[in-house]
Ligand binder design. Structure first.
Ligand SMILES: [Ca+2]
Ligand SMILES: [Ca+2]
Length: 97
């Protein structure tokens, strides 16, 4: 599961609403709930979004499967093939400011 240290770091870098949003998105993406995202899970998020959202909303996202792979590689800073909450948070925070 997500460590307290990771949650702490997120809280310091973002407002509590943003933290909640990121935590929810992280949990939503982390399908097996082991506290790390894999490329398959990020690809799975893409698939689930495309199924959950109205087609028009999804088209507006302009999110392709290649974008997911690209985003995953950028999130996985230490290149171990897993993205923890800290890596995820560091990737997400710039989009909120
Ligand atoms: Ca996982
Ligand atoms: Ca990593």
């Amino acid at each position: 599961m997500v460590s307290d240290k990771a949650k702490q770091e997120l809280r310091e870098k973002s407002t509590s609403d943003q933290t909640d949003f990121m935590m929810d998105l992280f949990k939503y993406t982390d399908k097996d709930q082991n506290g790390y995202l894999t490329l398959d899970e990020v690809r799975g998020l893409h698939k689930r979004l495309s199924e959950d959202l109205e087609k028009d909303d999804f088209d507006q996202l302009e999110l392709t499967e290649e974008d997911c792979e690209d985003a995953f590689r950028r999130m996985d800073r230490n290149g171990d093939g897993k993205v923890g909450l800290i890596e995820f948070g560091r990737f997400m925070v710039p989009y909120f400011v």
